[in-house]
Design a protein around this ligand. Structure first.
Ligand code: COA
Length: 348
């Protein structure tokens, strides 16, 4: 006779909790094209002036890729990732994941990150591109951090890179003065020091405002109300004033939201590393929070707005200058097309 079936009993044992782990910025690096495009260069070909550009944006020059030299997102991002890996003393073969934040990748298919991973020698790494425009690197940083904190991955390279010169109309004085090309990268690794890593983060989008900054590939992409002949297809269209107002308000709100999540005040933060979109936008946030100049890094005068490259370029410059100290509280803040906006508050 067979025994009657036993009722299934639930185990009292809980699933194992992942080990508490901190996350550290193990290395950073950046790469820039050699070619400089100064305001004087633009004055020669456009109805603009150095005075107008500096007053309205704070930009004096930007870097631009030379396609005939093979420069673009692939080459810049690869150089930045190599520099970050060398700084972290990490063998590319140990990478678990490569995330490339970019909206100007050399190819959509395959994702540019796949070629970068292969060229790095990151043979066993997963790779994907992340499109969140100027907010892209901060989105990537948050995702990579949480993948490591959760225990699924150990070593991730996050790259932010855009070659905006590919998508601005060189004859459009409203956009060409603003944008430049750059790449920055960070290698993230786990650490036993559980105090290190993200204390608070935000990622937001409002797609109802996509028309404020977009790139049409067909006339069908151009919404009613926008002039189809205003800018050529495949080139960026921007409602500058609208984006400006959005950025000023969002910048402050985002800092407030992030501080509230962490239970901190602006004074507690050692360094703000913000997307470089316009010196006046950075200045208004600095004044709003009563921050001293050295707490809000500005390099837009030298590089313009390099979209997803801007935040990691700042981070790499600051670390190289020894301005990101062990245990410092650093807040990354970015906003851009989408519209998107994101923050990441770290104890580094
Ligand atoms: N040189 C000279 N004059 C220019 C010019 C240029 N490069 N670009 C525009 N102008 C003119 C305009 O035609 C306009 O002339 P008008 O008054 O005769 O019509 C005048 O300058 C004012 O234009 P406006 O667009 O109102 O200027 P602004 O003070 O808003 O500054 C931006 C323009 C683009 C610098 C500013 O709106 C800005 O920074 N916006 C945010 C953009 C941004 O950050 N985008 C990326 C988001 S990640």
């Amino acid at each position: 006779m067979t025994a009657p079936p036993q009722p299934i009993r639930r185990s009292d044992a809980r699933p194992p909790t992942p080990p508490a782990v901190g996350v550290r910025l193990a290395g950073t690096g950046h790469a820039l094209p050699e070619t400089r495009l100064t305001n004087a260069d633009l004055e020669r070909v456009l109805d603009t002036s150095d005075e107008w550009i500096v007053q309205r944006t704070g930009i004096r020059e930007r870097r631009v890729c030379r396609r005939e030299r093979g420069e673009g997102v692939h080459s810049l991002a690869l150089d930045a990732a190599r520099a970050a890996l060398a700084d972290a003393r990490v063998d590319p073969a140990d990478l678990d994941l490569v995330i490339l934040s970019s909206v100007t990748g050399d190819t959509l298919v395959p994702a540019t990150s796949c070629r970068i991973a292969a060229d790095l020698g990151a043979d066993r790494a997963g790779a994907f591109d992340l499109a969140a425009a100027c907010s892209g690197f901060v989105y990537g940083l948050n995702i990579a951090h949480d993948l490591i904190r959760g225990g699924a991955y150990r070593t991730i390279c996050v790259i932010g890179c855009d070659a905006m010169s590919r998508i601005v109309d060189p004859s459009d004085r409203r956009t060409v003065i603003l944008f430049g090309d750059a790449a920055g990268a960070a290698v993230l690794r786990p650490t036993d020091d559980t105090s290190k890593g993200v204390l608070a983060q935000c990622m937001h989008a409002d797609g109802s405002r996509w028309r404020d900054l977009y790139l049409p590939h067909s006339r069908l992409d151009i919404p009613d109300g926008d002039d189809p002949d205003d800018t050529p297809l495949h080139c960026l269209r921007m409602r500058g004033r609208e984006v400006y107002k959005f950025a000023v308000i969002t910048f402050s709100d985002l800092i407030d939201e992030t501080l509230a999540k962490a239970g901190l005040v602006a004074d507690d933060i050692d360094l703000f590393i913000a997307h470089q979109s316009n010196a006046r936008i950075l200045e208004s946030a600095r004044e709003r929070f009563g921050l001293p100049e050295q707490k809000m890094y500005v390099n837009i005068d030298r590089y313009g707005n390099s979209s997803a490259g801007s935040v990691p370029l700042c981070l790499s410059e600051l670390r190289a200058a020894g301005r990101v100290g062990d245990g410092n509280l650093v807040m990354f803040v970015a906003f851009g097309a989408g519209l998107t906006w994101a923050s990441s508050l770290w104890r580094v």
